[in-house]
Design a protein around this ligand. Sequence first.
Ligand code: SF4
Length: 410
Amino acid sequence: MNILEKLTILTDAAKFDVSCSSSGSNRKNKSGGLGNGHLSGICHSWSEDGRCISLLKILFTNACIYDCKYCINRSSNDVKRVAFTPREVADLTMNFYKRNYIEGLFLSSGIIKNPDYTMEMLIETARILRLEYNFNGYIHMKAIPGASYDLVRNMGHLVDRMSINVELPTDESLKLLAPQKKTSEIENSMAVAKNSIIQRKNEIKVYKHTPKFLPAGQTTQMIIGANKESDLEIMSRSQNLYQNFDLKRVFYSAFVPVVKSDLTKDIDRVPLLREHRLYQADWLMRFYDFNAEDLVNSSKQNLDLDLDPKTSWAVDHIDKFPIEINKASYKDLMKIPGIGRVSARKIINARKYRMLDYDNLKALNISTKRAKNFILVKGKYWGSKFSNKKELRMRMSLSDNKSHEQLSFL
Ligand code: SF4
Protein backbone atom coordinates (compact mmCIF):
# COMPACT_ATOMS: atom_id res chain seq x y z
CA MET A 1 0.00 0.00 0.00
CA ASN A 2 1.38 3.40 -0.88
CA ILE A 3 1.93 6.15 1.65
CA LEU A 4 -1.01 8.24 0.46
CA GLU A 5 -3.44 5.35 0.99
CA LYS A 6 -2.02 4.79 4.48
CA LEU A 7 -2.29 8.50 5.19
CA THR A 8 -5.94 8.59 4.10
CA ILE A 9 -6.86 5.68 6.40
CA LEU A 10 -4.80 6.77 9.39
CA THR A 11 -5.84 10.45 9.37
CA ASP A 12 -9.48 9.39 9.16
CA ALA A 13 -8.99 6.91 12.02
CA ALA A 14 -7.53 9.70 14.19
CA LYS A 15 -10.45 12.09 13.82
CA PHE A 16 -12.33 10.87 16.90
CA ASP A 17 -9.47 11.87 19.13
CA VAL A 18 -10.28 15.35 20.43
CA SER A 19 -7.29 15.96 22.62
CA CYS A 20 -5.83 18.24 20.03
CA SER A 21 -9.08 19.94 19.05
CA SER A 22 -10.51 20.46 15.55
CA SER A 23 -10.01 18.13 12.65
CA GLY A 24 -11.58 19.04 9.34
CA SER A 25 -15.15 20.01 8.45
CA ASN A 26 -17.69 19.26 5.73
CA ARG A 27 -16.58 21.98 3.31
CA LYS A 28 -15.33 20.58 0.02
CA ASN A 29 -13.51 22.41 -2.72
CA LYS A 30 -15.55 23.79 -5.65
CA SER A 31 -14.47 24.14 -9.24
CA GLY A 32 -12.05 27.05 -9.48
CA GLY A 33 -11.85 27.27 -5.69
CA LEU A 34 -8.97 26.78 -3.32
CA GLY A 35 -8.77 24.48 -0.31
CA ASN A 36 -10.75 21.60 1.13
CA GLY A 37 -11.90 21.52 4.75
CA HIS A 38 -13.32 18.01 4.36
CA LEU A 39 -10.24 15.84 4.71
CA SER A 40 -8.99 15.15 8.19
CA GLY A 41 -5.32 15.26 8.92
CA ILE A 42 -4.56 18.80 10.00
CA CYS A 43 -5.79 19.97 13.37
CA HIS A 44 -5.07 22.96 15.57
CA SER A 45 -3.60 23.10 18.99
CA TRP A 46 -1.88 25.57 21.32
CA SER A 47 1.81 25.60 21.97
CA GLU A 48 3.49 26.18 25.32
CA ASP A 49 3.53 29.95 24.69
CA GLY A 50 -0.16 30.11 23.70
CA ARG A 51 0.22 30.26 19.88
CA CYS A 52 -2.37 28.44 17.78
CA ILE A 53 -0.51 25.92 15.62
CA SER A 54 -1.46 23.43 12.88
CA LEU A 55 -0.56 19.81 13.48
CA LEU A 56 -0.45 16.74 11.29
CA LYS A 57 -2.86 14.50 13.22
CA ILE A 58 -2.53 10.80 12.49
CA LEU A 59 -2.50 7.36 14.01
CA PHE A 60 0.66 5.29 13.81
CA THR A 61 -1.60 2.30 13.21
CA ASN A 62 -5.30 1.48 13.44
CA ALA A 63 -4.46 -2.19 14.06
CA CYS A 64 -5.21 -2.62 17.76
CA ILE A 65 -5.16 -5.70 19.94
CA TYR A 66 -7.63 -4.10 22.39
CA ASP A 67 -11.37 -4.21 21.95
CA CYS A 68 -12.77 -1.02 23.48
CA LYS A 69 -16.49 -1.12 22.84
CA TYR A 70 -16.80 2.50 21.67
CA CYS A 71 -13.83 2.60 19.30
CA ILE A 72 -13.84 2.31 15.54
CA ASN A 73 -10.37 0.71 15.67
CA ARG A 74 -11.32 -2.03 18.16
CA SER A 75 -9.93 -5.45 17.24
CA SER A 76 -13.35 -6.96 16.52
CA ASN A 77 -14.38 -4.22 14.09
CA ASP A 78 -14.10 -5.11 10.43
CA VAL A 79 -12.00 -2.28 8.99
CA LYS A 80 -8.91 -2.24 6.80
CA ARG A 81 -5.77 -2.22 9.00
CA VAL A 82 -2.59 -0.39 8.16
CA ALA A 83 0.52 0.83 9.96
CA PHE A 84 3.23 3.34 9.25
CA THR A 85 6.87 2.79 10.05
CA PRO A 86 8.54 5.35 12.33
CA ARG A 87 10.55 6.67 9.40
CA GLU A 88 7.44 7.09 7.25
CA VAL A 89 5.79 9.24 9.92
CA ALA A 90 8.98 11.24 10.41
CA ASP A 91 9.36 11.78 6.66
CA LEU A 92 5.72 12.81 6.27
CA THR A 93 6.09 15.29 9.11
CA MET A 94 9.23 16.81 7.61
CA ASN A 95 7.67 17.02 4.12
CA PHE A 96 4.49 18.67 5.41
CA TYR A 97 6.55 20.98 7.59
CA LYS A 98 8.83 22.07 4.75
CA ARG A 99 5.77 22.84 2.61
CA ASN A 100 4.46 25.00 5.45
CA TYR A 101 1.30 22.90 5.89
CA ILE A 102 1.95 22.18 9.55
CA GLU A 103 3.96 23.32 12.53
CA GLY A 104 4.02 19.99 14.32
CA LEU A 105 2.81 16.44 14.76
CA PHE A 106 0.05 14.86 16.83
CA LEU A 107 0.60 11.10 16.91
CA SER A 108 -1.58 8.50 18.56
CA SER A 109 -1.80 4.76 17.95
CA GLY A 110 -3.69 1.54 18.41
CA ILE A 111 -1.87 -1.03 20.53
CA ILE A 112 0.44 -3.20 18.44
CA LYS A 113 1.56 -6.43 20.17
CA ASN A 114 1.74 -4.79 23.63
CA PRO A 115 2.05 -1.33 25.26
CA ASP A 116 5.89 -1.42 25.41
CA TYR A 117 6.28 -2.29 21.73
CA THR A 118 3.83 0.44 20.71
CA MET A 119 5.64 3.03 22.84
CA GLU A 120 8.96 1.97 21.31
CA MET A 121 7.55 2.65 17.81
CA LEU A 122 6.27 6.08 18.86
CA ILE A 123 9.52 6.97 20.62
CA GLU A 124 11.54 5.86 17.59
CA THR A 125 9.44 8.24 15.45
CA ALA A 126 10.18 11.11 17.85
CA ARG A 127 13.86 10.13 18.00
CA ILE A 128 14.24 10.23 14.20
CA LEU A 129 12.53 13.62 14.08
CA ARG A 130 14.45 15.21 16.94
CA LEU A 131 17.89 13.61 16.68
CA GLU A 132 18.31 12.64 13.02
CA TYR A 133 16.26 15.36 11.30
CA ASN A 134 16.90 17.98 13.96
CA PHE A 135 13.18 18.83 13.97
CA ASN A 136 12.33 21.41 16.60
CA GLY A 137 8.63 21.80 15.83
CA TYR A 138 5.85 20.83 18.22
CA ILE A 139 5.25 17.13 18.92
CA HIS A 140 2.26 15.84 20.87
CA MET A 141 2.13 12.07 21.41
CA LYS A 142 -0.13 9.63 23.18
CA ALA A 143 1.58 7.55 25.83
CA ILE A 144 0.29 4.01 26.18
CA PRO A 145 -0.82 3.11 29.72
CA GLY A 146 0.78 -0.11 30.89
CA ALA A 147 4.09 0.65 29.13
CA SER A 148 7.19 0.70 31.29
CA TYR A 149 7.87 3.93 33.18
CA ASP A 150 11.28 4.30 31.51
CA LEU A 151 9.53 4.45 28.15
CA VAL A 152 7.14 7.13 29.47
CA ARG A 153 10.18 9.13 30.61
CA ASN A 154 11.99 8.59 27.27
CA MET A 155 9.00 9.89 25.38
CA GLY A 156 8.72 12.87 27.72
CA HIS A 157 12.27 13.95 26.87
CA LEU A 158 11.50 14.00 23.13
CA VAL A 159 8.00 15.46 22.84
CA ASP A 160 6.37 18.72 23.91
CA ARG A 161 3.09 17.36 25.20
CA MET A 162 1.94 13.91 26.19
CA SER A 163 -1.61 12.63 26.59
CA ILE A 164 -2.49 9.64 28.68
CA ASN A 165 -6.19 9.04 28.18
CA VAL A 166 -8.42 8.11 31.09
CA GLU A 167 -10.98 7.26 28.38
CA LEU A 168 -14.04 7.11 30.65
CA PRO A 169 -15.12 9.03 33.75
CA THR A 170 -15.49 6.08 36.13
CA ASP A 171 -13.68 2.89 36.93
CA GLU A 172 -16.88 0.90 36.36
CA SER A 173 -17.29 2.31 32.85
CA LEU A 174 -13.67 1.53 32.03
CA LYS A 175 -14.07 -2.07 33.22
CA LEU A 176 -17.24 -2.44 31.17
CA LEU A 177 -16.28 -0.68 27.93
CA ALA A 178 -12.49 -0.89 27.80
CA PRO A 179 -11.78 -4.02 29.88
CA GLN A 180 -8.14 -4.30 28.82
CA LYS A 181 -7.33 -0.87 30.26
CA LYS A 182 -6.70 -0.34 33.95
CA THR A 183 -7.24 2.87 35.91
CA SER A 184 -4.15 2.11 38.01
CA GLU A 185 -1.93 1.84 34.91
CA ILE A 186 -3.31 5.07 33.47
CA GLU A 187 -2.84 7.00 36.70
CA ASN A 188 0.60 5.52 37.40
CA SER A 189 1.82 6.71 33.98
CA MET A 190 0.35 10.15 34.69
CA ALA A 191 2.17 10.23 38.01
CA VAL A 192 5.48 9.36 36.30
CA ALA A 193 4.97 12.24 33.86
CA LYS A 194 4.01 14.65 36.64
CA ASN A 195 6.96 13.71 38.86
CA SER A 196 9.42 13.98 35.98
CA ILE A 197 8.11 17.49 35.16
CA ILE A 198 8.60 18.51 38.81
CA GLN A 199 12.06 16.93 38.92
CA ARG A 200 13.09 18.81 35.78
CA LYS A 201 11.83 22.10 37.28
CA ASN A 202 14.00 21.51 40.34
CA GLU A 203 17.08 20.41 38.39
CA ILE A 204 16.98 23.39 36.02
CA LYS A 205 17.54 25.68 39.03
CA VAL A 206 20.90 23.98 39.57
CA TYR A 207 21.91 22.73 36.10
CA LYS A 208 21.17 25.21 33.36
CA HIS A 209 21.44 22.55 30.63
CA THR A 210 18.94 20.08 32.09
CA PRO A 211 17.09 18.65 29.07
CA LYS A 212 13.48 19.67 28.50
CA PHE A 213 10.74 17.37 29.75
CA LEU A 214 7.18 17.82 28.40
CA PRO A 215 7.42 21.62 28.21
CA ALA A 216 3.72 21.80 27.22
CA GLY A 217 2.69 19.40 30.00
CA GLN A 218 0.29 16.47 29.94
CA THR A 219 -3.39 16.21 29.04
CA THR A 220 -6.08 13.58 28.95
CA GLN A 221 -9.29 12.77 27.12
CA MET A 222 -12.58 11.47 28.48
CA ILE A 223 -15.51 10.14 26.46
CA ILE A 224 -18.75 11.38 27.95
CA GLY A 225 -22.11 9.67 27.95
CA ALA A 226 -20.94 6.23 26.75
CA ASN A 227 -22.19 4.64 29.96
CA LYS A 228 -24.76 7.24 31.02
CA GLU A 229 -22.49 8.84 33.62
CA SER A 230 -23.71 12.02 35.31
CA ASP A 231 -21.94 15.36 35.01
CA LEU A 232 -21.24 15.05 38.73
CA GLU A 233 -19.18 11.91 38.08
CA ILE A 234 -17.43 13.56 35.12
CA MET A 235 -16.61 16.83 36.89
CA SER A 236 -15.48 15.05 40.07
CA ARG A 237 -13.09 12.91 38.03
CA SER A 238 -11.69 15.95 36.23
CA GLN A 239 -11.18 17.78 39.51
CA ASN A 240 -9.37 14.80 40.91
CA LEU A 241 -7.13 14.62 37.81
CA TYR A 242 -6.28 18.33 37.92
CA GLN A 243 -5.47 18.14 41.62
CA ASN A 244 -3.42 14.95 41.53
CA PHE A 245 -1.62 15.06 38.21
CA ASP A 246 -1.24 18.74 37.30
CA LEU A 247 -2.91 18.21 33.94
CA LYS A 248 -2.97 21.12 31.51
CA ARG A 249 -6.33 20.08 30.12
CA VAL A 250 -9.03 17.45 30.28
CA PHE A 251 -10.64 17.12 26.85
CA TYR A 252 -14.25 15.94 26.70
CA SER A 253 -15.48 13.96 23.75
CA ALA A 254 -19.24 13.47 23.40
CA PHE A 255 -19.94 9.80 22.74
CA VAL A 256 -20.62 9.05 19.06
CA PRO A 257 -21.95 5.55 18.31
CA VAL A 258 -19.53 4.85 15.45
CA VAL A 259 -19.43 1.09 16.00
CA LYS A 260 -22.12 -1.40 16.91
CA SER A 261 -21.70 -2.88 20.35
CA ASP A 262 -24.17 -4.67 22.62
CA LEU A 263 -23.10 -2.45 25.49
CA THR A 264 -23.59 0.87 23.73
CA LYS A 265 -26.36 0.09 21.24
CA ASP A 266 -29.08 1.83 23.30
CA ILE A 267 -27.02 4.96 23.85
CA ASP A 268 -27.65 7.79 21.45
CA ARG A 269 -25.15 10.32 20.26
CA VAL A 270 -24.54 12.69 23.17
CA PRO A 271 -25.72 16.27 22.43
CA LEU A 272 -22.79 18.58 21.74
CA LEU A 273 -24.42 21.15 24.02
CA ARG A 274 -23.66 18.85 26.95
CA GLU A 275 -20.01 18.65 25.88
CA HIS A 276 -20.00 22.47 25.59
CA ARG A 277 -21.40 22.90 29.11
CA LEU A 278 -18.73 20.56 30.48
CA TYR A 279 -16.00 22.64 28.83
CA GLN A 280 -17.52 25.78 30.38
CA ALA A 281 -17.64 24.14 33.81
CA ASP A 282 -14.09 22.88 33.39
CA TRP A 283 -12.97 26.44 32.60
CA LEU A 284 -14.65 27.68 35.79
CA MET A 285 -12.75 25.05 37.80
CA ARG A 286 -9.41 25.93 36.24
CA PHE A 287 -9.61 29.72 36.22
CA TYR A 288 -12.53 30.91 38.37
CA ASP A 289 -11.92 29.14 41.64
CA PHE A 290 -15.03 26.94 41.38
CA ASN A 291 -15.09 23.37 42.66
CA ALA A 292 -16.95 20.56 40.94
CA GLU A 293 -19.32 20.46 43.96
CA ASP A 294 -20.23 24.14 43.44
CA LEU A 295 -21.58 23.33 40.01
CA VAL A 296 -23.05 19.84 40.40
CA ASN A 297 -23.96 17.84 43.49
CA SER A 298 -26.02 14.90 44.64
CA SER A 299 -29.30 16.82 44.28
CA LYS A 300 -28.33 18.35 40.90
CA GLN A 301 -26.21 15.76 39.14
CA ASN A 302 -26.18 17.31 35.67
CA LEU A 303 -25.32 20.75 34.39
CA ASP A 304 -28.17 22.91 33.22
CA LEU A 305 -28.41 22.82 29.43
CA ASP A 306 -30.44 26.05 29.25
CA LEU A 307 -27.98 28.20 31.18
CA ASP A 308 -24.20 28.41 31.24
CA PRO A 309 -22.79 26.92 34.48
CA LYS A 310 -21.80 30.26 36.05
CA THR A 311 -25.22 31.83 35.52
CA SER A 312 -26.89 28.66 36.75
CA TRP A 313 -24.72 28.73 39.91
CA ALA A 314 -25.50 32.43 40.47
CA VAL A 315 -29.25 31.81 40.18
CA ASP A 316 -28.99 28.90 42.64
CA HIS A 317 -27.06 31.19 45.04
CA ILE A 318 -29.03 34.37 44.50
CA ASP A 319 -28.86 35.01 48.27
CA LYS A 320 -25.16 35.96 47.73
CA PHE A 321 -26.22 38.71 45.28
CA PRO A 322 -26.53 41.55 44.33
CA ILE A 323 -22.87 42.47 44.78
CA GLU A 324 -21.76 46.12 44.91
CA ILE A 325 -19.44 46.55 41.97
CA ASN A 326 -17.47 49.30 43.73
CA LYS A 327 -16.57 47.16 46.73
CA ALA A 328 -16.41 43.53 45.58
CA SER A 329 -13.10 41.65 45.63
CA TYR A 330 -11.57 40.34 42.38
CA LYS A 331 -12.67 36.84 43.36
CA ASP A 332 -16.28 37.93 43.95
CA LEU A 333 -16.41 39.99 40.75
CA MET A 334 -15.45 36.90 38.77
CA LYS A 335 -18.47 35.04 40.17
CA ILE A 336 -20.87 37.53 38.57
CA PRO A 337 -22.44 36.23 35.33
CA GLY A 338 -21.19 38.25 32.38
CA ILE A 339 -18.01 39.38 34.16
CA GLY A 340 -14.91 37.43 33.28
CA ARG A 341 -11.30 37.71 34.41
CA VAL A 342 -10.51 40.56 32.03
CA SER A 343 -13.61 42.56 33.00
CA ALA A 344 -12.96 41.99 36.71
CA ARG A 345 -9.42 43.33 36.28
CA LYS A 346 -10.71 46.36 34.37
CA ILE A 347 -13.16 47.14 37.18
CA ILE A 348 -10.47 46.84 39.87
CA ASN A 349 -8.12 49.12 37.91
CA ALA A 350 -10.79 51.73 37.12
CA ARG A 351 -11.90 51.81 40.77
CA LYS A 352 -8.46 53.14 41.76
CA TYR A 353 -9.45 56.48 40.23
CA ARG A 354 -13.18 56.84 40.89
CA MET A 355 -16.38 55.21 42.04
CA LEU A 356 -17.91 53.53 38.99
CA ASP A 357 -21.42 54.21 37.78
CA TYR A 358 -23.50 52.11 35.37
CA ASP A 359 -22.36 54.04 32.28
CA ASN A 360 -18.72 53.56 33.28
CA LEU A 361 -19.27 49.79 33.06
CA LYS A 362 -20.49 50.16 29.48
CA ALA A 363 -17.58 52.45 28.65
CA LEU A 364 -15.25 49.71 29.92
CA ASN A 365 -16.95 47.36 27.42
CA ILE A 366 -18.38 45.25 30.21
CA SER A 367 -21.49 43.36 29.19
CA THR A 368 -24.18 44.49 31.63
CA LYS A 369 -26.90 42.46 29.95
CA ARG A 370 -26.28 39.37 32.04
CA ALA A 371 -24.58 41.05 34.99
CA LYS A 372 -27.33 43.58 35.78
CA ASN A 373 -29.49 41.09 37.70
CA PHE A 374 -26.60 40.34 40.06
CA ILE A 375 -25.01 43.71 40.79
CA LEU A 376 -25.50 47.01 42.58
CA VAL A 377 -23.76 50.08 41.19
CA LYS A 378 -23.35 52.84 43.79
CA GLY A 379 -26.05 51.06 45.74
CA LYS A 380 -28.57 51.02 42.87
CA TYR A 381 -30.00 47.81 41.39
CA TRP A 382 -30.34 47.90 37.60
CA GLY A 383 -31.76 44.45 36.97
CA SER A 384 -35.27 43.11 36.42
CA LYS A 385 -37.69 42.34 39.19
CA PHE A 386 -38.25 38.66 39.98
CA SER A 387 -40.00 37.00 42.87
CA ASN A 388 -38.15 33.67 43.03
CA LYS A 389 -35.25 31.65 41.58
CA LYS A 390 -37.52 29.94 39.07
CA GLU A 391 -38.58 33.24 37.56
CA LEU A 392 -34.99 34.52 37.40
CA ARG A 393 -33.82 31.26 35.84
CA MET A 394 -36.49 31.55 33.16
CA ARG A 395 -35.63 35.18 32.46
CA MET A 396 -31.88 34.44 32.20
CA SER A 397 -32.50 31.38 30.07
CA LEU A 398 -34.71 33.34 27.64
CA SER A 399 -32.17 36.14 27.23
CA ASP A 400 -29.31 33.62 26.91
CA ASN A 401 -31.10 31.59 24.24
CA LYS A 402 -32.12 34.74 22.37
CA SER A 403 -28.55 35.98 22.15
CA HIS A 404 -27.30 32.55 21.04
CA GLU A 405 -30.16 31.45 18.88
CA GLN A 406 -27.94 31.17 15.79
CA LEU A 407 -25.93 28.39 17.47
CA SER A 408 -27.14 24.84 17.08
CA PHE A 409 -25.48 22.35 19.35
CA LEU A 410 -28.07 19.60 19.03
S1 SF4 B 1 -6.81 0.95 22.75
FE1 SF4 B 1 -9.05 1.00 22.62
S2 SF4 B 1 -9.48 3.15 22.17
FE2 SF4 B 1 -7.30 2.83 21.69
S3 SF4 B 1 -7.27 2.29 19.52
FE3 SF4 B 1 -7.36 0.38 20.65
S4 SF4 B 1 -9.55 -0.12 20.74
FE4 SF4 B 1 -9.38 2.03 20.21
